[in-house]
Design a protein around this ligand. Structure first.
Ligand code: PRX
Length: 650
């Protein structure tokens, strides 16, 4: 049978559009949805909330706006876990797989968890948490690899109203400790180890280093890799032993719509990660509808989001969104090139994955490995592709479209952030268009604009700053944990208290579609991972031989960007060994993803008259762009030296 074409041929403008089959299949295919939603966005979201989510009690007021604060579905009661699990069983879908888990070792069988099984496991684990004294509102840290226990733990927290804070498993012990300290978590859930390219990574060792002297009272350890670990008597407990004894019946907690669901730490412009606060009602409404409409998620789909669960994409599209829809999600533990560079394509073929959602950095890596790897496999089960996390260039887009999508599948380029909780800008599969490098239209009910530095809307292709206006999307962050000032300063100050400043540059295409051009603050995007310049700088500056340093991103063909550190030393001579040691400090204090690609030792850093480091100039030096007016610097004589050490060609 010939596979269905879900897109038309490319038109004269270079756009792809949904085919007739795609329009017929899609949940939404009438472009009027945008106008209807725009007429009364609050009514639009109320309708979404009513249709998509089961509430124990309806809201008294849909939207409350006291800039820069807002609430959605005020007074309503619900439980997110109930919406992701219990209700599907009631609806007779209990035997449907919720999670298909693919372990990294090829000889280990996959694990299929149906909704009934998930229900049982989640209830058991919720009882485990309760038995350890975890109550509604308590914080629980989760430091787990890509194993189903992570969704079980998240859902169990949601069930009893505990607030989870998932920490990316490749983050270092120091990073975990900072997050534990800020959230004052009582319990940590981790694993003995996990597989990465055939090797076992000892995760427990990191966890041990992180928890000492913190608020953590109990550490629950999943036995995954069977590696030797230290179990501290009285503090450390095995997951499987606790689960054996726990009852599989646990009532759900009735949560207020505005009660906290989770905290997720992300990088900002300062050295300290920010705890982004998401609440129950608004978040799950958004996770449900964006999963459904953006991925056109149907009952027979096998949905694969490749993001690690330690990031927001993993939260919304590897857990809450698809599960709220009663969908089947595929969850893969390992690396894309283990044992061979066709592992993903093999997984798609074997499991008949229909929707693949990944990051441009992965696509660029596959393109470099060569089209022969996907060509070995039958990928005709795929009907929709997605990307997220960074701007995608036209070459990568077209490579993905042709070699993975067989030139049949649309690509939804989804723009959003940890702060937005769900996708805000993208094309919808039944409406289109799909334009390489362009994210598309704001999701129905979302009001986005592009402003110049004075706050005027820009037109044409001029470019400016991306903002979101009221009524804000239901899933927009409610705050930064214990840091109201930073919340206001970061998001609600650039253009005043009524406009959310996204810290991204953007420009219009045809005055309606949005193209994202990248961060406009000191946040880097390294292989799709959000990283703050200041955090890397702090790690380097912690070495006493360093006088000062500045970290800026440099474009990289696969990772998108890599950090480059400019370092001024304190009376010691530069050496390769010192370079390695400083890179090692970053690895230890943040994690391997943050390692600078190079360290450039310099005599001094370029500074403004007020003493601020001119990062803009350092970026220009690395990319051979014009340096601008250097006479306004405090130390204009530093420029010649900087040109020399960076090999600047102008
Ligand atoms: O710069 C934007 C980029 O990723 C940033 C948010 O990072 P994070 O909070 O880690 O969330 C990533 C996954 C949602 C944004 O400020 N970004 C995200 N999606 C896109 C993007 N840049 C361009 N195109 C996208 N589709």
């Amino acid at each position: 049978m010939l596979a269905i074409r879900w897109v038309t041929e490319r038109d004269e403008k270079g756009y792809f559009w949904p085919s007739e089959e795609a329009k017929k299949h899609a949940w939404v295919s009438d472009p009027n949805i945008y106008e209807e939603a725009a007429k009364d966005p609050v009514a639009f979201w109320e309708k979404r909330a009513e249709e998509g989510i089961e509430w124990f009690q309806k809201w008294e007021k849909a939207y409350e706006w006291n800039p820069p604060h807002y609430k959605w579905f005020v007074g309503a009661k619900l439980n997110v876990c109930y919406n992701c699990v219990d209700r599907h069983i009631k609806a007779g879908k209990g035997d449907k797989p919720a999670i298909i888990w693919i372990p990294e070792p090829v000889d280990e069988p996959k694990r299929v968890i149906t909704y009934v099984e998930l229900h049982k496991l989640v209830q058991k684990f919720a009882n485990v948490l309760k038995s350890l004294g975890v109550k509604k509102g308590d914080r629980v840290s989760i430091y787990l690899p890509m194993i189903p226990e992570v969704q079980i733990a998240m859902l169990a927290c949601a069930r009893i109203g505990a607030v989870h804070s998932v920490v990316f498993s490749a983050f270092s012990a120091d990073s975990l400790r900072t997050r534990i300290e800020d959230s004052e978590a009582k319990v940590l859930i981790t694993a003995d180890g996990y597989y990465r390219r055939g090797k076992v990574i000892n995760l427990k060792q990191n966890a041990d280093k992180a928890v000492e002297g913190t608020s953590i009272e109990k550490v629950i350890v999943v036995k995954r890799a069977g590696n030797e670990v230290n179990m501290l008597n009285g503090r450390d407990l095995w997951w499987h032993e606790l689960m054996e004894e726990a009852s599989d019946n646990c009532e759900v907690e009735q949560m207020d719509s505005e009660d906290m669901l989770f905290l997720l730490y992300t990088s900002g412009t300062t050295g300290k990660p920010k705890g982004v606060v998401h609440t129950c009602g608004g978040y799950i409404v958004m996770a449900y509808w964006t999963s459904r409409w953006v991925f056109d998620l149907h009952d027979d789909d096998i949905f694969w989001c490749t993001a690690d669960v330690g990031w927001i994409t993993g939260h919304t599209y590897n857990c809450y969104g698809p599960l709220a829809n009663g969908a089947t999600l595929l969850f893969f533990e390992g690396a894309p090139d283990y044992p061979e560079k066709d592992r993903w394509w093999q997984i798609i073929e074997e499991n008949k994955v229909t929707i693949l959602y990944t990051a441009p950095t992965a696509i660029r890596m596959f393109a470099q490995w060569g089209e022969e790897w996907p060509a070995k496999h039958d990928l005709s089960s795929l009907r929709l592709l997605g990307t997220v996390g960074e701007p995608i260039d036209e070459d990568a887009w077209l490579w993905y479209f042709k070699n993975i999508g067989g030139s049949r599948c649309p690509i939804v380029d989804t723009w959003w952030q940890t702060e937005t909780g769900g996708t805000l800008i993208t094309s919808l599969p039944g409406i289109g268009p799909f334009i390489p490098t362009v994210a598309g239209l704001p999701f129905p009910g979302v009001t986005a604009d592009i402003l110049d530095s004075e706050g005027n809307s820009v037109s044409g292709s001029e470019g400016g700053y991306l903002v979101i206006k009221s009524p804000v999307p239901p899933s927009l962050l409610r705050g930064l944990y214990k840091d109201e000032e930073k919340f206001v300063n970061t998001y609600w100050s650039e253009y005043g208290k009524e406009i959310y400043f996204a810290s991204d540059g953007a420009r219009w295409v045809e005055d309606k579609y949005i193209r994202i051009t990248g961060r406009v603050d000191d946040v880097m995007n390294v292989a799709g991972h959000r990283l703050s310049s200041a955090e890397v700088e702090n790690a380097i500056a912690s070495d006493e031989r360093v006088s000062e340093c500045a970290v800026v991103p440099k474009p990289h063909p696969i990772k998108g960007e890599v950090p480059i550190a400019f370092v001024v030393l304190k009376g010691v001579e530069p050496s390769d060994q010192l370079k390695e040691e400083l890179i090692g400090a970053v690895k230890n204090q943040i994690g391997p993803t943050a390692k600078p690609a190079d360290i450039i030792f310099v005599k001094e850093l370029p500074k403004t008259r007020s003493g601020k480091i001119m990062r803009r100039m350092l970026k220009a030096l690395l990319t051979n762009k014009p340096l601008g007016d250097t006479t306004t610097l405090q130390n204009p004589e530093s420029v010649e030296h900087l040109k020399e050490v960076t090999g600047y060609k102008g």
